[in-house]
Design a protein around this ligand. Structure first.
Ligand code: 13P
Ligand code: SF4
Length: 304
């Protein structure tokens, strides 16, 4: 059954000239039919260079908005209209404009998990894989890092010569993991390495053998000589890894690491979106695209 739907999706995608991008957190059967899978940074770069006229993003809304900002001439579809990221919606443009008045000489660094509207008042975007590299390259010593205070705290530790101001925001899924869970997982699996996403709280990150983006974690586990890992990000990453490395062992850091927004899109949603019966088209006005694009272009320039 799954195979039949996948074949039909592949046929339709070719017929309709659609590029399917899937974030690594989506289900395995979706990643199998995608043109590209990866972390937020890799997807945003792929989207920019994709030759197709239509892009279908299987992920969350801010990722589809990023594609639209980079390719305004393309039709950009999001696989499920309700797929948002709670972190991206935590801070709005009006709030950050007020905060900026208090910190006029700060460079505003926005995690890519922000709305297109918010990006219009920020200076540069970062993703979890590029944040440290980009912040190091910013000339200004004063950085206002939004919205994830956990990723921001990790960057602050890696780039101690910068004065990084954080606000209270973050991913409710990653931030729910506790230090007790990290300690007990390590005790239960003493031979395993702990690989953690920097959206986790500092008390968890400090126990990690490796800290990185979703792709960073996957690459590390695939290349490492170690045979056993505890995966400190969305459960699907451990599942994808188990497919590609059947001879290694992967454990979940916490059963709480499920992002409902990433899981809301099913293979049938992808099929229906290709048939024009589901999904949501991303529509942004020209002014939002032009202003938001400045900070995404800056991310690609500094992070590339
Ligand atoms: P990546 O940048 O690692 O893909 O992370 C995106 C995300 O939403 C993590 O929760
Ligand atoms: Fe947003 Fe967290 Fe889900 Fe990533 S895991 S999409 S940051 S809610």
């Amino acid at each position: 059954m799954i195979k039949n739907i996948q074949e039909e999706i592949l046929r339709l995608k070719k017929e309709k000239d659609v590029c399917i991008l899937a974030h690594s957190y989506v289900a395995h059967e979706i990643s199998e039919i995608a043109d590209f899978t990866g972390d937020s940074y890799a997807l945003s770069v792929k989207a920019k260079n994709a030759p197709q006229k239509t892009v279908l993003m299987v992920g969350v809304r801010f990722m589809a908005e990023t594609v639209k900002i980079l390719s305004p001439e393309k039709t950009v579809l999001l696989s499920h209209p309700e797929a948002g990221c709670p972190m991206a919606e935590q801070m709005d443009k009006a709030y950050i404009e007020t905060v900026k008045q208090q910190y006029p000489d700060y460079t505003v660094v926005a995690y890519i998990n922000t709305t297109a509207a918010l990006k219009t008042v920020c200076d540069v975007c970062v993703t979890s894989s590029s944040a440290v590299k980009i912040v190091k390259q910013i000339e200004n010593k004063n950085i206002l890092f939004i919205p994830d205070c956990n990723l921001g705290a990790y960057v602050r530790e890696q780039v101690p010569n910068k004065n990084i101001k954080l606000l209270q925001g973050g991913c409710p899924i990653h931030a729910s993991v506790t230090e007790e869970e990290a300690v007990s997982a390590k005790k239960k699996h003493p031979d395993a390495q702990l690989l953690v996403h920097p959206e986790c709280v500092a008390a968890v990150v400090k126990h990690a053998d490796y800290v990185g983006s979703t792709s960073g974690i996957m690459d590390y586990a695939m290349q490492s000589d170690c045979r056993e890992f505890i995966i400190g990000t969305e459960l699907s990453i451990a599942e994808h890894l188990q497919y590609v490395c059947p001879d290694k062992k992967f454990h979940y850091l916490s059963q709480k690491l499920i992002c409902p927004n990433m899981k809301i899109s099913t293979l049938m949603d992808v099929y229906h979106a290709l048939c024009g019966e589901a999904g949501a088209e991303i529509v942004l006005d020209a002014d939002t695209i032009a202003k938001a694009r400045r900070c995404i272009d800056e991310m690609i320039r500094l992070g590339g």
